[in-house]
Ligand binder design. Sequence first.
Ligand SMILES: Nc1ncnc2c1ncn2[C@@H]1O[C@H](COP(=O)(O)OP(=O)(O)O)[C@@H](O)[C@H]1O
Ligand SMILES: [Mg+2]
Length: 275
Amino acid sequence: MTQTPADQDRIRQLTEENESLRQQLKECQKLSSVGVLASSITHEFNNILTTVINYAKMGLRHRDDAMRDKSFDKILAAGQRAARITTGMLSYARSSGSRQEPRDLVELMEDVLVLVEKDLQVHRISVDRQFASHPQASVNASQIQQVLLNLIINARQAMEPGGRLTLKISQNTDTGFAEIAVQDTGGGIPPEKLPQIFSPFYSTKQADDQGQGGTGLGLSLCRDIIESHRGRIRVETVVGRGTTFTLKLPAVQSVQSATDEANSAVGQPPLSRAS
Ligand SMILES: Nc1ncnc2c1ncn2[C@@H]1O[C@H](COP(=O)(O)OP(=O)(O)O)[C@@H](O)[C@H]1O
Ligand SMILES: [Mg+2]
């Protein structure tokens, strides 16, 4: 059957609408995942304000220099912690566009951890950071943060109190891929459910006491995002033992490490670097 120019226009229009709706869905999912953290972040701000208020009172009451210095130090640290959270939240919520640029994956992970740390603490989940190197990949930072947050929240929801979240970041120099693993000690995924977990709207989560169930969109969008970065997402799971999601992203060499390598090839030491 031949397509008329009118058919072709209609197809083009529907394709554009489809793309725009997918983009909107991604943005909505991004905000809904941060919604899961709203209560823990609000509690964290309450704690920060309590610290600020108590040390301000103490500084006013005790007029000796040592006590005032201590009070200012505590107030400053609390203020800086609050600023890290709001900066993290603003950068997470920023509309992502489609621009990709080289970013340090460890830094992206740390920015996500600032948002989710309190939630993990409330649920008594310990975090083991195993960052063997600082690989860079050309990414849309906000989208990759969305993937990391989804995987970490899924991991937390799969675990009982006392669970352990292991985060690994490394670079596989043979394949040229940077790898990120998010590993939990939760209940695992039964073999009959495994084929469905990346399907849109597939969720096994019931609404909890705050009315938050699953949308079933997290993993499907994670896969979309990783594939749009020419990467891979893989899952390994053992029922009763836990689950590991591994992301592979094509690594890019940072200007600095390229210079170091070139220097060492001609027998010069790498430039020293402030950290
Ligand atoms: N770390 C995990 N451990 C166990 N099951 C998981 C894990 N991550 C995802 N799942 C399963 O995959 C389903 C789909 O996940 P997702 O797409 O993020 O949707 P949602 O979290 O809204 O349910 C979950 O409902 C759960 O059954
Ligand atoms: Mg999820």
